[in-house]
Design a protein around this ligand. Structure first.
Ligand code: FAD
Length: 301
């Protein structure tokens, strides 16, 4: 669960969605510039802007940290490239940014890293079966064990399409059709009802998100992780009374956050998408393994 990939370059504008700006932009020659408009990647990696995704995300996080302003951004700069070529080569990115009055061919684009993919998840076999009889998982929510500590582009295709089909096939072979329509209708009613207090639930979710971003983001350390595990555990006690769909989601978000934070605390090394300032090196002897959370325990196997 500790392996969460951050995309280095998501559009960062007030009131705009965190639209991902493809890494192909850097492949095409785009530079990254800090708040002083200086290129910074050459000092972090010999490949500069073409360094691996997690290296770039960490470099950006470090530059943002130096600024010490919560709303700081760095910039993607394509202005030295041929403008017409940029517009033709990246039509969707161009038109989406134009909706927010940024012409990527002639202007700097403010960006920050954004959470992109959860490599861990519910443990399954290669046919989508979890440890709970009758429960199947496939897609980003699952952890089939075929990937390592980082992900490459388009493994969602494998996870969603291949394992989705396998899980479906497996279910067809093993499950008998249910005739209990009353239960399903009851579940729908529960999902549609709203007996929670929306503002309180939204504030709760925001709090969890902000704690996760602050302590379990691109760069982590033991002190921050211990603090966030304790704060999230405290929050668990104040969870809004469940009942409606959003309250259930809030509880699930907190649960997933806590699992990620606990796993990140247990893995005292840096590997793939998990980077610890206090353990910056890989430790194959202890941690070249999957982490498995089960109740209060985390084991590496
Ligand atoms: C901005 C962004 C860009 C990406 N770009 C790429 C890319 O270029 N290439 C690539 O390979 N991958 C990419 N990914 C990753 C990829 O999109 C996801 O891994 C993939 O879509 C996951 O598919 P999924 O079906 O497993 O999950 P999802 O698409 O998240 O579907 C899960 C569904 O379950 C529903 N759901 C959740 N909880 C409940 C509940 N309690 N009851 C009922 N329904 C529920 C949700 O509403 C949702 O519809 C990107 C991800 C992001 C965020």
């Amino acid at each position: 669960m500790e392996f969460v990939q951050f995309h280095p370059t998501a559009l960062y504008l007030k009131n705009a969605p965190r639209f991902l700006l493809s890494e192909a932009l850097r492949g095409e020659g785009a530079y990254l510039r800090n708040i002083e408009l200086k290129r910074f990647m050459p000092k972090y990696h010999e490949l500069a802007e073409l360094a691996p995704r997690d290296v770039v995300a960490r470099a950006i996080a470090h530059e943002l940290e130096l600024v010490k302003r919560p709303d700081a951004a760095v910039y993607l700069d394509l202005t030295h490239l041929h403008a017409d070529r940029v517009r033709k080569r990246f039509p969707t990115i161009y038109s989406t940014c134009m909706e927010y009055n940024i012409d990527i061919a002639t202007e700097l684009v403010p960006i920050r890293p954004a959470a992109h993919y959860a490599m861990g998840g519910v443990r399954t076999d290669l046919r989508g079966q979890t440890s709970l009889p009758g429960l199947y998982a496939a897609g980003e929510v699952a952890c089939t064990g075929v990937h390592g500590a980082n992900r490459l582009a388009s493994n969602s295709l494998l996870e969603g399409l291949v394992y989705g089909a396998r899980a479906a096939q497996n279910m067809r072979e093993h499950l008998r059709p249910r005739r209990d329509h009353a239960t399903v209708a009851g579940a729908e009613n529960t999902a549609a009802s709203t007996n929670g207090q929306p503002a309180q639930v939204e504030a709760f979710i925001k709090k969890v998100q902000s704690l996760m971003w602050q302590y379990v983001g691109v760069v982590r350390d033991g002190k921050g992780l211990r603090q966030v595990v304790s704060e999230l555990s405290e929050l668990q006690k104040q969870q809004p009374a469940s009942g409606d769909r959003r309250s259930h989601e809030a509880a699930n978000i907190l649960q997933a956050g806590l699992l990620i934070a606990r796993s990140a605390l247990a893995r005292e090394e840096s590997r793939g998408a998990h980077y610890r300032l206090d353990f910056p090196l890989k430790n194959d002897v202890k941690f070249h393994k999957h982490s498995v959370v089960s109740g209060d325990k985390i084991r590496f196997e």
